[in-house]
Design a protein around this ligand. Structure first.
Ligand SMILES: C[S@@+](CC[C@H](N)C(=O)[O-])C[C@H]1O[C@@H](n2cnc3c(N)ncnc32)[C@H](O)[C@@H]1O
Length: 296
């Protein structure tokens, strides 16, 4: 069990704006393998990204602070998803096992990777808000199985987004093209709207060199951050039910989104937790350097 408490303070500065820090006390009644952090990060001008209006209070500009919450569960998502409240998730951004079943020299095989793992899809239907969306990483040869399962469960499949990895992989070098992309299935809720400009369906982000990878299927944080910013507003809650090394959570910290992550493998869970904690600390230092004092 972990408990983080942010203090309450009021700060009136000479620069004619006031800030306030919210007090957050989160207790966690979950199993010991659950980490719950109450984050107090990411306060910004009201007119920012959210599309809200700047709040003028007699020449004093109000800044807003929002609580960011990070919930990490070392559990089987098929069990854990039942505990997630309905209509509580803005987007689901996830990278399930899709049947590679490959054992590299560097890493052990990942769990449940013998075939495309689609069992989680029916469990998500009630969790995502009608204003939310779903993004599922997959691969060209199994993507139809995910699309069929999504459609069966009433998800509106809108696009397949191409992640251009900028570098191609190895594989059959004589008689197959060098594979340079992965696909991401995009479904949107009835009331979903892009928060800013309509994005295009190709995202280009260099894949990590294998010598820098800490998980066999690790995605670059920049890629997840781009996708998150394309489909959410600051303060939204992102779910990744196959969190792996915690990439989606790190991207949420960078972009001031709340995050719920589930990972079955204890080793990868511990790795994800420490990477996200490190990212929170980096973000706190970065925000402080901009003069945006944070309590955490
Ligand atoms: C494709 S990897 C995700 C990699 C991640 N995107 C990253 O950047 O590190 C899928 C992960 O799902 C986990 N997993 C497999 N079955 C699971 C289940 N039933 N519940 C939760 N996690 C599971 C695996 O241990 C693996 O780490």
């Amino acid at each position: 069990m972990s408990l983080n408490v942010t203090r309450m303070s009021l700060n009136v500065t000479q620069c004619h704006y006031w800030t306030w820090y919210n007090s957050i006390v989160q207790s966690c009644t979950e199993l010991p393998r659950v980490q719950l952090c109450a984050l107090c990060v990411g306060w910004k001008w009201l007119a920012d990204e959210d599309g809200g209006n700047e709040n003028n209070k007699g020449g004093i500009r109000a800044r807003e602070i929002r609580a960011r919450e990070i919930r990490l569960y070392n559990d089987d998502c098929i069990k854990k998803l039942n505990d997630i409240p309905n209509e509580s998730i803005d987007p689901v951004l996830t990278d399930p096992p899709y049947g590679i079943n490959y054992k590299s020299k560097q890493f052990p095989k990942i769990l449940n990777d013998k075939r495309p793992f689609t069992e989680f899809i029916p469990l998500l239907r009630e969790k995502v808000k009608s204003t939310g969306c779903l993004m599922v990483f997959t691969r060209w040869d199994v993507q139809q199985q995910f699309i069929d399962k999504l459609k069966e469960n009433d998800f509106k499949v809108r696009n397949v987004i191409i992640w251009d990895k900028q570098l191609h992989g190895q594989g059959n070098t004589r008689s197959a093209y060098g594979s340079r992309y992965e696909s991401i299935i995009f479904c949107s809720g009835k009331e979903f709207r892009f928060p800013a400009k309509r994005p295009v369906d190709i995202v280009s982000e260099r894949k990590l060199p294998s010598c820098r990878m800490v998980h066999p299927n690790e995605k670059p944080v920049g890629l997840l951050e781009t996708l998150i910013r394309q489909v959410t507003n600051a303060g939204d809650t992102v779910l990744d039910c196959f969190m792996g090394s915690g990439t989606t959570g790190m991207a949420c910290v960078n972009s001031d989104r709340s995050f719920t992550g589930i990972e079955l493998d204890e080793g990868y869970f511990n790795l994800a937790q420490s990477r996200i904690e490190r990212k929170v600390e980096e973000k706190r230092i970065y925000d402080e350097s901009l003069g945006e004092g944070l309590l955490f």
